[in-house]
Design a protein around this ligand. Structure first.
Ligand code: NAD
Length: 476
């Protein structure tokens, strides 16, 4: 049986802990019991990580694509070997079912494998010039990256934060969420064990505001990569502006799902409901606002309620659990607040709307319908297992509702009218659009949002290029 690991930081290849440092108690969200004590960085730790990252960049920028490819492929192989252990660690500290955590390990495996090939394709170009002269456009690694990964995908987010800089030839200091450090350390360790020089990737934890201010103000840091809420993202962008850092920002969403009356309603529900309960709804691309054409509204809502009520909620470590607890006490509090406000405004509660049991952070799968637009939950990301289902007359109105918010990360639509499919692809404002599909992420495809959902992409060739700068060289 997997034991929860002893926690530490990884600075210059050394496991750093103790020494009178402050600590953070890591809790199992299914039981609210403390499972580990995490050391937090002092300013001297961050300075040491920065100096090491500077050395790491000097080493790694000169590495050959073969070296980078071998490390990424090797780390992918180690992740597969350690998949079960890592999945259990993630489930213990984050709450999600082990089966979901196993899939998350594969997310990083697939990304590392894709980047192991992509490192050979970071082409520049040569411009047409008179004989005897030459002009070339090159991509070069941007420099040391300060990367901040959240707790909702403790393995997959870390794979993204580490994979792209390493493929590009950068060094990286990653501060993953203090609530889920065990998974982050496991991913870093796979890279180090696969031969990554110890100076290239480091893991620090700390008081988030202290760490981000320190790393982003340093002249050594050249890029900020952040995944988390829009509020924190805006704050970090302001800090990054003072140091003119490049930024990749993966922020919040409020996923609209347009369901037209020409679809097989049961099929859409069979896809949408597990999509909603996945990771207890704590997913930036979670389907949230169901915008349903009025002729199928009642069938859709009732089918949604029945399937949500049939979802098996429990400890993520137990076989057969379909939905675990929420990851931390802030989430059920936010759900109570948002659902309470929606009911006050006149929304109808179809099912759920309350916590389950008296230990851990469990919340019942919830359906609200006919939710007024002025309810907070219609414009604030709920980040929980709640579906908002409202009826609409037709296409124009439905697209307007999908585009109403400043968030524009992922959007989904279901229709068998192929001309409408084209219109939706054109008119929906989002970084990713699923048409008759909920699969909107893949290792080779850019993942990211527009508007307040952020900018820049992770995954795909775009993810590596986001860790590179362009240089034009003109030789006379
Ligand atoms: P939060 O806004 O306090 O934190 C969000 C993330 O940012 C966390 O990982 C946190 O460790 C980090 N963070 C916070 N302050 C920071 C700082 N000053 N410097 C660096 N990092 C900092 O909220 P939370 O309670 O952890 O999460 C709630 C909200 O965050 C959710 O409602 C959701 O909107 C958003 N969120 C989004 C994603 C995503 O995948 N886009 C992931 C996690 C959380």
């Amino acid at each position: 049986m997997t034991q929860y690991p002893t926690l530490h930081m990884i600075i210059d290849g050394e496991k750093v802990s103790g020494g009178g440092r402050r600590t953070f108690s890591v809790v199992n969200p299914a039981t609210a019991e403390t499972i580990g004590e995490l050391p937090l960085a002092e300013a001297a730790d961050l300075d040491r990580a920065l100096e090491t990252a500077e050395k790491g960049f000097a080493i790694w920028r000169k590495s050959s694509p073969q070296e980078r490819s071998a490390v990424l492929q090797g780390a992918a192989d180690l992740l597969v070997q350690r998949q079960d252990d890592i999945a259990h660690i993630a489930s213990m500290e984050q709450g999600k079912p082990v089966a979901e955590a196993r899939i998350e390990v594969m997310m990083s495996v697939n990304l590392f494998k894709f980047y192991a090939g992509e490192v050979f394709r970071l082409y520049g170009r040569e411009l047409v010039r008179p004989a005897g002269t030459r002009s070339t456009v090159r991509h070069e690694p941007v420099g040391p990256v300060a990367a901040f990964a959240p707790w909702n995908f403790p393995i997959g987010n870390c794979g993204r934060k580490l994979g792209a800089p390493i493929a590009a030839g950068c060094s990286v200091i990653m501060k993953a969420a203090e609530e889920t450090p065990g998974s982050a350390l496991a991913v870093v360790q796979c890279l180090l064990d696969a031969g990554l020089p110890k100076e290239v990737a480091q893991a620090v934890f700390g008081v988030p505001d202290e760490v981000s201010r320190h790393l982003l103000a340093s002249p050594i840091t050249r890029k900020l990569s952040f995944t988390g809420s829009t509020v924190v993202g805006k704050h970090l962008m302001k800090l990054a502006a003072d140091n003119m850092l490049r930024t990749t920002m993966e922020l919040g969403g409020h996923g609209p799902v347009l369901v037209f009356d020409d679809v097989d309603v049961d099929h859409v529900l069979d896809v949408a409901v597990p999509g909603k309960t996945r990771n207890c709804g704590q997913v930036c691309v979670s389907p949230t606002r169901f915008i349903v054409q009025e002729d199928v509204f009642e069938r859709f809502r009732d089918g949604f309620i029945a399937r949500m009520e049939a979802t098996k909620v429990g400890n993520g470590q137990e076989e057969g659990t379909q939905m675990g607890p929420m990851a931390n006490p802030r989430r059920p509090e936010a759900m109570d607040r948002l659902i309470g406000n929606a009911k006050e405004k006149g929304a109808k509660l179809g099912t759920g709307g309350e916590r389950i049991g008296n230990q851990g952070y469990f919340y019942a799968p919830t359906v609200l319908s006919e939710v007024p637009l002025d309810a907070d939950i219609m414009s604030e990301e709920p980040f929980g297992p709640v579906a908002l289902i409202n009826p609409y007359r037709g296409e124009e109105e439905m697209i307007a509702e999908a585009n109403r918010l400043p968030y524009a990360l992922a959007a989904y639509s279901w229709t068998n009218d192929y001309q409408r499919q084209h219109r939706l692809a054109d008119q929906i404002e989002a970084g990713m659009v699923g048409i008759n599909s909920h699969m909107i992420g893949a290792a080779d495809s850019p993942f990211g949002g527009v508007k307040w959902s952020g900018h820049g992409s992770e995954d795909g060739p775009e993810g590596v290029l986001a860790c590179m700068v362009t240089k034009a060289v003109h030789e006379g």
